[in-house]
Write a protein of this length. Sequence first.
Length: 143
Amino acid sequence: MTSIDYFNRQVSLVENFFESHADLIDKISFELELSKEKTQELKDKYLDKPTKLKAKKDPNQPKKARTSYLFFSDKFRTDNAAMLQGKYITEISKIIGNAWKNLDEETRKQMEEKATKDKERYKSEYEAYQQSLFNNSIQYKGN
């Protein structure tokens, strides 16, 4: 088990612990016919605030495949950097979206081919990544 797996399991345990104990206080309060304010007071007194832990991502995991729209938007931004200078991101997104809608078929096919190649890249890298995880788990169990 990697340190990332261990950490992510700890995050899950902390969340489950808090939720189960909060549910238990709710049930007891219901049986004792306590008000919502009293129930919240009990939760505040006996439960710590839920720990906001975010699951860690594996740095070795390959980047996701990009879509044809993302390839187009990158190209459009670089080609039209002067026109987009000083505009808000919402305006830029609208301009790129309209350009994507009005895009000719030839350019759209080029972007879709790039996306297809990137999907193939991701698929091969992900399979290699899964294989490395499998090999590492076998080594760990063997030791």
